[in-house]
Design a binder for this molecule. Structure first.
Ligand SMILES: *[C@@H]1O[C@H](CO)[C@@H](O)[C@H](O)[C@H]1NC(C)=O
Ligand SMILES: CC(=O)N[C@H]1CO[C@H](CO)[C@@H](O)[C@@H]1O
Length: 411
C-alpha cells in the first residue's frame, strides 16, 4: 500500500512545489495591480457621491498623474502623440504647421517638435499653480498670441486638438490596456484637461452646454463636438499630406505602421497614407492582446512614476529634455550619449550626437523657447499671463457654478 502511494506522491509533490509559488505569484500580481486604483476610489468616491462636481483641479491632477506615469505611461503618451497626428487631417491645422515648420529643413522641423514636446510636458506634468507650469503656459500663450491675432490659429482648431489629445489616450487605454478606466478616472481626466484648456485660453462657448456636472459630462460633449467638427473639416489636402509625412518621418517603421494601423480609414485618406501592410494589420491586434494578458497577469505594477519632464541642467533656469527624436535637442551630453555604441553608429551615419554644437546641450529655457525670431521677445505679455494664471488656483472646482471657481462645502 505504501509503495503504491509513494510513487504517486513524488511527482505530485514536485508539481505542487512548482505550482504553489506560481499561484502565489499570480495572486500577488492580482492583488497589487488593482491596489492603486482601489485606493483612489476609496479616497474620492465618498466626496463625489455627495456632490458630483466636488473634484478639485489638484485632485484631478493627482489622479491623472497616477494614470499617466504609473498605470498606463506607454499608452497614455502614445495616445497624446497619435491625437496630435490625427489633427493633421484638418487642413487649417496642417496649413499652419506647414507655414511654421519649414519642412524642407530637418533642423528646424526637429527643433519645432522638441520645443512643442518640452512646453507640453512642462505644462502637463507640473501641479496646477506651480511656477514651472505657469512659466511654460505663459510662454506658450505668447507663442500662440501672434497667430491668434492674425487668425491663423482659431479657437476651433485649439479645441479640436485639445479634444483629440484627451479622447485618444482614453480610447486606446480602454481598448488595449490591462484594464479600462473607471468613470471616476474619466471624470478626473476631463476635469484636469478642462482646467488646462482654460489656462491655454481655449473657449468652450461652442459646446452645446455652458455648465456641466462633472468632467465626464464635459468630455462627452467635447467628443461629440470634435466628431462633428471632423465631419465638416476633414479632407485631403496637400498640406495635410506634407505635414503628416514629415511627422511620420520621425518615427521608426514599426511605430509608423502602428500609428497608421490605428487611424480610421477616412482619416488615412485625408492624410493620403496607403493602408499598412497586411502582416501589420493582422498582427497588431494579437500582439496587443498578448501584451495586455502579460501586463495584467504576469507583471508587478510599476513602483516609481516614469519621469516625463525636463531635469534641471547645470545652467540655472535650463532643463535637459529626457527624450529626443531625430536630432539631439536640449539633451544632456553624457559620456555614454557621446561615446557609447549608439553614438559610434550615429557618427558613422554622419548624424549628430548629444552635446554637438548647435543643439543646446545646456538644455532649454522655458522662457526663451520657440522660433528663433521670437527669442527674447514677449516679456511683457508673459508677465501679464503669469499674473492671470496664478489666480487660477488648483483648489478650484471647475464644475461648480458658472464661473466654476468655488468648491462646495461638504460636511
Ligand atoms: C519662472 O520664471 C521666473 C522669471 O520670470 C524665474 O525667476 C523662475 O525661476 C521661473 N521658475 C521656474 C521654476 O523655472
Ligand atoms: C497648401 C495646401 O495645399 N492647402 C490646401 C489644404 O486643403 C484645403 C482643403 O482641401 C485646400 O483648400 C488648400 O489649398
Amino acid at each position: 500500500m505504501n509503495t503504491h502511494t509513494q510513487s504517486g506522491t513524488i511527482p505530485g509533490l514536485t508539481a505542487l512545489l512548482v505550482a504553489l509559488p506560481l499561484v502565489a505569484y499570480l495572486c500577488l500580481v492580482r492583488h497589487l495591480r488593482f491596489r492603486r486604483t482601489q485606493a483612489i476610489h476609496r479616497q474620492y468616491a465618498p466626496k463625489l457621491h455627495e456632490q458630483k462636481s466636488a473634484l478639485t483641479v489638484n485632485d484631478a491632477y493627482d489622479i491623472t498623474m497616477s494614470l499617466a506615469t504609473l498605470e498606463f505611461p506607454t499608452t497614455f503618451t502614445a495616445g497624446v502623440r497619435i491625437g496630435m497626428f490625427k489633427s493633421y487631417a484638418i487642413p487649417t491645422i496642417s496649413n499652419l504647421l506647414m507655414r511654421t515648420s519649414h519642412f524642407n529643413n530637418l533642423e528646424t522641423t526637429s527643433r519645432r517638435a522638441a520645443n512643442t514636446g518640452a512646453l507640453l510636458t512642462e505644462i502637463f506634468f507640473h501641479p496646477p499653480g506651480s511656477t514651472r507650469g505657469i512659466n511654460a503656459t505663459a510662454r506658450t500663450n505668447f507663442l500662440h498670441s501672434g497667430y491668434k491675432k492674425n487668425g491663423h490659429i482659431t479657437n476651433d482648431d485649439m479645441l479640436y486638438t485639445l479634444a483629440l489629445s484627451i479622447v485618444e489616450p482614453i480610447r486606446l487605454i480602454n481598448r488595449y490596456e490591462w484594464r479600462s478606466l473607471s468613470p471616476l478616472e474619466v471624470n478626473a481626466l476631463g476635469t484636469y484637461w478642462k482646467s488646462l484648456g482654460e489656462t491655454l485660453d481655449i473657449s468652450y462657448l461652442d459646446l452645446p452646454s455652458t455648465t456641466w456636472h462633472d468632467g465626464q459630462e464635459w468630455l462627452q460633449e467635447l467628443d461629440e463636438w470634435a466628431q462633428a467638427y471632423e465631419k465638416r473639416n476633414m479632407q485631403w489636402s496637400q498640406a495635410n499630406f506634407t505635414v503628416a509625412h514629415h511627422a511620420a518621418g520621425t518615427l521608426s517603421a514599426l511605430q509608423r505602421h502602428t500609428v497608421n494601423n490605428l487611424l480610421e480609414e477616412e482619416r488615412r485618406q485625408a492624410i493620403g497614407f496607403a493602408p499598412p501592410p497586411l502582416t501589420y494589420r493582422m498582427s497588431l491586434g494579437p500582439v496587443l492582446a498578448a501584451r495586455r494578458f502579460c501586463v495584467r497577469h504576469l507583471c508587478l505594477p510599476r513602483r516609481r512614476p516614469v519621469e516625463m519632464t525636463g531635469m534641471p541642467s547645470n545652467e540655472p533656469g535650463h532643463y535637459w529634455a529626457r527624450n529626443w527624436y531625430s536630432r539631439p535637442w536640449y539633451t544632456k551630453a553624457t559620456k555614454w550619449a557621446r561615446y557609447g555604441p549608439s553614438a559610434w553608429w550615429r557618427r558613422w551615419l554622419n548624424e549628430p550626437c548629444p552635446g554637438d554644437d548647435g543643439y543646446q546641450p545646456e538644455g532649454y529655457d522655458p522662457e526663451q523657447i520657440g522660433p528663433v525670431a521670437l527669442r527674447g521677445k514677449g516679456h511683457e505679455f508673459v508677465e501679464q499671463e503669469k499674473a492671470r494664471l496664478s489666480e487660477l488656483s488648483g483648489s478650484r472646482c471647475p464644475f461648480t457654478g458658472q464661473s466654476g471657481s468655488k468648491c462646495p462645502h461638504l460636511g
